[in-house]
Design a protein around this ligand. Structure first.
Ligand code: GLC
Length: 557
């Protein structure tokens, strides 16, 4: 497999100039690729040729990317019994059955999937609700199975919930906020059903989910891309919903950075874990949602203003992320030698990071080959932890340059034991321990070292890892990870997360039959078997467009 040198030079401003006109015309197209349930090496390369005329969906860029060998590669499909022949893996049927059991109905229509169907657990908390972020892998699995109604219903129901009153005590939340979760309230006496949303006002920690709105936009684009049905995304309701979400994050304030300032616990990591500030998970989802919205917003009326604002924000955000959040061996060495207290715009150490604050573990962890986006960057603060979701989303959304994407995958390969271990995939690395755990998590007993959000291993992340693997042309890596999960998931009852440095133990307080563990597995498997499905969630690289060659008038003369 082709390797790109370990050092990824920082992108110059010119290099990352977004070609806005191209992004805007990148409208949803009908997904007409022939479904292939499984295929071998030959069909990979056939696919790459026969569909190379398709444009702007992120899938062509996969097949044409420098990381993708033109002559095929050692296919996982030729070696595995279930990858490319031999019928579906026995786990697949089990997973579908479990996923179907999690479907939630509202007035006889399927509207989502419950977070966990764990009858054994004493405390239900809010695991009996439909979480927006948790539903995303379920939705992708249903779409891939041509069951599109549940996804459409979910998008419409959550859209309507957006307009419910959102109060935390006496404080009213912004109109664009999307719910973290919702449930169906059944009144048996009156025989009525109502949807009740939680915008963070009931959630542990009372934090509004910043990621929900972004996932909603990303899912709307996936639905549109997959079904070819533009009527939903073009409807006035969906256009308004997108504008309201965007309004929350594009309004002017005191910011000096294009990244989005967040409080702790506002995403998948919904407890205090020291991710307040500018967490990579939110920045990557923000970037992806902006690009998805740009494809779907109609330029008429109020949409025009938003399209303009998105363009400007993407331009600045891309530059900021690719430069200041990127860490590889070379960059680590630069930071290690940083001077401090530099004044004025000529400063190299723009955020005044004190080299002494670099944690010891990074020097051992950083391989010569590979790199990743830092967990967080703000004044005098760099969170050197590696976070799975943000780095995988950076690849699929093309927030990472092709070289950076290759480097992120190189790092996962080099640090396989630490990041994948015996159960894919660590939510973050490394865990906070002792004093740091006390100060940063507030002594959270659920987030002890190598558990839950603090270095736990989450099977749901398998679908994102697989998507990143496919995009960078490394299906073997995905296959290896899927097989690891397959050896345990069913046996262990589809846990929410695993504990330990290697992810060997079923999580201390992990739910069983956690829906996104089930759906994440199905999506990973289906994506590997039919990589063309990646286009639902993949974005094209934003490389500058080549000048169009026009034939002169005399050409045909
Ligand atoms: C936990 C997770 C959160 C998830 C929810 C429902 O709170 O931290 O990410 O959405 O459970 O599964």
């Amino acid at each position: 497999m082709k390797r790109v040198s370990s050092h990824v030079s920082l992108a110059s401003e010119a290099e990352i100039n977004l070609d806005l006109s191209r992004l805007i015309i990148d409208r949803p197209q009908r997904f007409t690729l022939e479904r292939k349930r499984s295929f071998d090496e030959q069909s990979w390369s056939e696919l790459s040729h026969s569909h190379s005329h398709r444009n702007n969906d992120g899938f062509d860029s996969v097949l044409q990317s420098p990381a993708f060998p033109s002559g095929g590669f050692d296919s996982p499909f030729s070696t595995g019994t279930h990858f490319g022949g031999g019928g579906p893996h026995p786990l697949v049927n089990e997973a579908w059955e479990a996923l179907r059991k999690s479907v939630v109905y509202f007035r006889e229509q399927p509207v989502g999937t419950i977070a966990a169907v764990d009858h054994a657990s004493e405390e239900v908390l809010n695991y009996d609700q439909v979480f927006v972020r948790d539903f995303v892998p379920s939705a992708l699995a249903f779409l891939m199975n041509n069951e599109t109604d549940i996804v459409k219903n979910f998008l419409l129901k959550t859209l309507h919930l957006q307009s419910s009153e959102k109060m935390v005590d006496r404080f009213k939340l912004g109109a664009g906020a999307m719910p973290a979760s919702f449930k169906v309230d059944r009144n048996k006496n009156r025989n009525t059903e109502t949807l009740v949303a939680d915008f963070g006002e009931s959630a542990i920690g009372r934090v509004a989910p910043v990621d929900s709105g972004f996932w909603w936009i990303i899912l709307l684009r996936a639905y549109t891309k997959y079904t070819g049905d533009v009527s939903l995304s073009e409807s006035p309701d969906c256009q308004k919903c997108m504008r309201l979400i965007l309004n929350l994050c594009l309004s002017e304030g005191f910011d000096t950075f294009p990244t989005l300032l967040c409080t702790d616990g506002c995403s998948m990591i919904d407890r205090r874990m020291g991710i307040y500030g500018y967490p990579i998970e939110i920045q990557a989802l923000f970037y992806m949602a902006l690009r998805c919205a740009l494809q779907m917003l109609k330029p008429e009326g109020e949409g025009k203003d938003f399209i303009e604002k998105i363009g400007q924000r993407l331009h600045a955000l891309t530059y900021h992320m690719r430069n200041y959040f990127w860490l590889d061996f070379h960059q680590l060495n630069n930071i290690y030698r940083y001077k401090t207290e530099e004044y004025s715009h000529t400063a190299v150490n723009k955020f005044n990071v004190i080299p002494d604050s670099i944690p010891d573990w990074v020097f051992d962890f950083m391989p010569c080959r590979g790199g990743y986006f830092l967990g967080n960057v703000s004044p005098a603060m760099m969170d050197f932890r590696w976070f799975a979701l943000g780095n995988c989303i950076a690849i699929v959304s093309s927030l990472a340059t092709p070289e950076q994407s290759v480097a992120i995958m190189d790092l996962i390969e080099e640090k396989w034991d630490e990041l994948v271990g015996e159960m894919p995939l660590k939510i973050c690395y490394p865990a906070l321990e002792n004093h740091e755990w006390r100060i940063i998590t507030g002594c959270d007993p659920k987030n002890t070292r190598w558990s839950y959000h603090n270095g736990g291993s989450w099977p749901v992340l398998l679908w994102l890892l697989t998507a990143a693997c496919i995009k960078t042309g490394r299906p073997q890596m995905a296959k290896r990870a899927i097989e690891l999960a397959e050896s345990r998931l069913l046996k262990d009852g589809w846990p929410e997360y695993y504990d330990g440095k290697l992810g060997r133990f079923v999580g201390k307080q992990a739910r069983k039959f956690q829906t996104w563990s089930i759906a994440g597995y199905l999506v990973a498997r289906m994506m590997l078997e039919d990589p063309s499905t990646l286009m639902m969630i993949s974005m094209e690289e934003d490389r500058p467009m080549k000048p169009t060659m026009r034939r002169s008038a005399s050409w045909n003369a």
